[in-house]
Design a protein around this ligand. Structure first.
Ligand SMILES: [Zn+2]
Ligand SMILES: [Zn+2]
Length: 146
């Protein structure tokens, strides 16, 4: 069991969760696509009672059976829970160290966008060496963040 922390992009919402393993998953359903703006949602499921919100997120009903926490200031999607559920899904990207998790399953596979799954062969660019990005950080007097 490890305590892991996370939160939204702007820092308004912060949480810690007791995490018992590294297993995470993708949900490809259309509601997760819309809720995150991504081609899929990456989630780590934990028991809702092991999550401590140090500053409360806002919640909205994403369907008649579920609701989702998010930050009303910056918009970061933070998770998912069934209205009668005990398992809270936290978005992998909202953890301070998302690298701890590995995907072990696909949910909502009926809406999966296959073309986005195996992208290992694509050419890779890096922010620090992408001129259009790096010059703007430099102009702002800042280092390119990771
Ligand atoms: Zn925020
Ligand atoms: Zn979903």
């Amino acid at each position: 069991m490890a305590e892991m922390s996370g939160g939204c992009q702007c820092g308004k919402v912060r949480y810690t969760a007791q995490v018992s393993d590294n297993d995470a998953y993708y949900c490809h359903c259309r509601m997760c696509q819309r809720a995150t703006g991504g081609v899929a949602a990456a989630f780590k499921q934990v028991s809702a009672d092991v999550v401590v919100w140090h500053s409360e997120p806002d919640w909205y009903e994403s369907s008649p059976i579920a609701r989702r926490p998010f930050c009303s200031r910056c918009g970061t999607p933070l998770g998912f829970i069934f209205n009668d559920g005990e398992g809270l899904d936290l978005t992998v990207g909202s953890f301070d160290d998302p690298s701890a998790f590995k995907p072990v399953a696909h949910a909502g596979s009926e809406s999966m966008h296959e073309a986005w799954l195996d992208t290992r062969e694509l050419k890779r660019y890096y922010s620090a060496t992408t001129e259009s990005v790096a010059k703007r950080w430099k102009a702002a007097g800042l280092e390119v963040p990771e």
